[in-house]
Design a protein around this ligand. Structure first.
Ligand code: CA
Length: 240
């Protein structure tokens, strides 16, 4: 991926040198030669890093830096010609990420630019990781709880009577379907269609058999079920 560097400098010779060396390193380069143009360019070109001189026409580098900082997190490397400028960068917290005193070697400038880009990349990766962790945590919370019965939808795990119950895939799907329709009478045909699908060619006895297996696992007394209740002549109702 090519990174774009905005060079803000009003000395043509230095602009040429910077451009030449940045291009040679494989960067894309955009140039602004005064402070106002620098803001325009930054907004339009969305550079990955800004190399910003302080002594500039129209608006100085401090002002440009201060405004840019309010608008974006783009890393800013300031170029200073005087010691009192360094004091100002460090002391006034203009928001620059790094600075380099003139005269500097191109090798040094390239190293600083590279370091800034690396810092941004790491920060971005960290932010992505945190977002992913947050998402996972939210998913993990997708759990149905009915008294001592817990159904973890993402891990497809069920615990009851204080211990993990090993459900076959269809038993799990059936339990989730029943639980999500708690309190509603569900016909065998509907259950069959929703849990086993249209193309299933077994009879509705399949539902009865799976309900019996489920009861063994989630009822205190499977012969007198209170969670999955039989509705005579129709089907079942989940009571929770
Ligand atoms: Ca200058």
């Amino acid at each position: 991926m090519t990174h774009k560097v905005l060079v803000v400098e009003d000395e043509p010779a230095l602009v040429d040198t910077l451009e030449y060396n940045l291009l040679k390193q494989g960067y894309e380069v955009v140039i602004a030669m005064d402070g106002a143009k620098a803001l325009d360019m930054a907004r339009r070109e969305r550079p990955d890093v800004v190399v910003l001189d302080i002594m500039l026409p129209v608006m100085d580098g401090f002002e440009v830096c201060r405004i840019l900082r309010q608008e974006t997190n783009v890393p800013i490397l300031m170029l200073t010609a005087r010691t009192d400028e360094v004091d100002k960068i460090v002391g006034l917290e203009v928001g620059a990420d790094d600075y380099l005193s003139k005269p500097f070697s191109m090798r040094e400038l390239m190293a600083r630019v590279k370091a800034l880009l690396r810092r941004v990349r790491l920060a971005r990766e960290e932010a992505n990781e945190q977002a992913a962790e947050k998402r996972d945590a939210a998913l993990r919370q997708e759990t149905l709880v009915f008294g001592d019965l817990t159904i973890d939808l993402n891990r497809r795990e069920v615990s009851c009577k204080g211990q993990a119950q090993h459900l076959k895939p269809k038993e799990f799907d059936l339990l989730v379907f029943l639980a999500r329709n708690r309190g509603i009478v569900l016909s065998r045909d509907l259950v069959l269609e929703r849990v086993w699908g249209w193309d299933y060619d077994g009879g509705s006895r399949t539902v009865d058999v799976h309900v019996r297996w489920l009861r063994e696992k989630i009822e205190q007394d499977p012969s007198r079920p209170v969670r999955i209740v039989t509705v005579r002549g129709v089907g079942y109702r989940f009571e929770g």
